[in-house]
Design a protein around this ligand. Sequence first.
Ligand code: AMP
Ligand code: MN
Ligand code: MN
Length: 321
Amino acid sequence: MTLHDVVDALNAHQRFLVTTHQNPDGDAVGSLLAMAHLLRAELDKYVVAVLPDPVAKRYRFLPGLNTLVLPRIAGKQGPFDALVTLDVSSPTRIGGVNDLIKPGMTRINIDHHVTNPRSDDVCWVNTEASATSEMVVDIYRELGAIPTPDVATALYTGILTDTGQFAFPSTTAKTLHAAAELVEQGAAHEQVALETYRKTEAKNVRALGQVISRMQLFDDDSFAISWVSHDELDVDHEGFVNTMLDIDTVEIAALIRPLDSGQWKLSMRSAGMVDVAELAKNVAGGGHPLAAGGTLKAADINSALASVTEMCLKALTSARG
Ligand code: AMP
Ligand code: MN
Ligand code: MN
């Protein structure tokens, strides 16, 4: 299915529930804000934009954040005839929003993850897109709508963060054109860079230091692994795993953090030799070839570390042939 199918589906429905994935990143929040605005202001639809989880502090500067609600509130604002998910690679990733899906609602999926199962009613999965926000730029263009400066800021944030500040190989000329157009439309690019990358609370930098000091390296320093402890759970750990991948010898970096009841969240990054989206399938997850995640069950942190280490070292051995 294509962009046109999505546009037809957006035009064909009236009452929208719009959402994104748990632990929303910049692309999740940016594409959600922009889609909610498009439906509401340009297509004159009834829209409730719901977040499965609160937004990390670094994204709280985004204009329009106060229009987003949590599932408890959204549940009182139905009924809805369509659900739009943005940047959601798997139905399991929308948390409490799942309870708001009723039979008869058309599910529209706009995403760029290779592991997306494409099981919704209308799916547009463009794995060439650097970010779901880049796809939303296409939808605006297709509908002849021009992002407001606030929407441009949201979409620019999505593209900047999902491309690792235009550094990942997913960055294309089209990506850079889209970003340039957003700046022309009034995206506050300097503020976005400052808020999302340059300014952070002291506790986050301290926790990064702790996580890096616990890092273990294996296999001639080609695999790096560390973890976030229970008492560091209130820190913003976005980017921690990338710091381990910065090491020139590291091919796979992995970060584990505790969830509830014996479950652990795994984040993986690859320098290119191993497709971590494939590896993530072993841990009920998914993502992109160079950035993926999932969850695993383990009695304690040591057994979680051991099983992830075993999985990654095996993948490195087989990738080397
Ligand atoms: P993270 O490590 O959480 O930053 O995620 C890296 C990439 O993998 C992102 O594009 C996520 O959307 C994707 N991802 C992370 N966790 C999961 C999961 N449990 N299921 C599917 N995709 C995931
Ligand atoms: Mn995302
Ligand atoms: Mn994304």
